[in-house]
Write a new protein. Sequence first.
Length: 297
Amino acid sequence: MIQNKAPGKDVSIEDMKEKFPLVAKKDSTHFSDFEVAGVTFGSKLIPVMAGPNMVENESLIVETALQVKKAGAHFLRGGAFKPLSFPYRSEKYTETREDGIKWLGIAKKESGLGIITEVMEEKYLDMICDVADILQIGSRNMQNYPLITEAAKTKKPLMIKRHYGASLRDWLGAAEYALYAGNKKVILCERGVSVPHTHKDSSRFLLDLQVVPAAKEITHLPIAVDPSHATFWRPWVKPMALASIAAGCDSVMLEVHPDPENSAVDPLQPIDFSAFGGLMEEMNNIATCIGRSLRDD
Ligand code: PEP
Ligand code: MN
């Protein structure tokens, strides 16, 4: 039950009516579903988006696409334009940019999977839209309202990752920009938040699973969870992925790499193909318990 709190503190009834009327639920049973590349979000199905952090090269992305597809993934993820935290690059640790988008296009043809990839600058939107089925707005750009607006105008579905310092109210405000620009196909993705204490030495972020039911009280948009970025630590990806399904998320994003320890970016967090195959089974088992499924049939 949403309390009618003073505007400006958490989410109030006024916020739902005035600050994000398009994102807010009209009533308690209001949930949006929409189709992307033949896959429905926001229904019984829980689509899984899997792939490497970065589109490192053509063979890696094609191999990963075929393997994650075989294990039952619905979308291939991979960044070609990357919001890397520091400006320094090496031969391995670099963005593959236009080449990466081209390789995603090849992986899409080879596997038949839909593609989700990050967009960082408006000027590359047309090129990215030629290949992408979902445009990812990264956590660092969650409040880049001109970027969200222009990305929304392409009419491609957007996935807006929550900034690790953003409140639910700010996150919903970012999504409102997309709907206000005329795009109703928006997925919200929780990917871990920064906290001032709580095992800070062992984790960079804390997965805010409570935000899944909290968001679902307020918005009709599908909620995804990315346990890979949230935990930043391979052994914790599986338990948090299972917990995400149990918490009621509508989609899961997972980093999967053929040789996780040698991932060019964030090598501590991807899982390998075999772990991904097992996790897909286990996630489906949890989903079945709550009347949902990772399988289309
Ligand atoms: C990513 O998904 O590749 C990514 C950079 O995630 P985030 O924006 O959540 O850090
Ligand atoms: Mn990362």
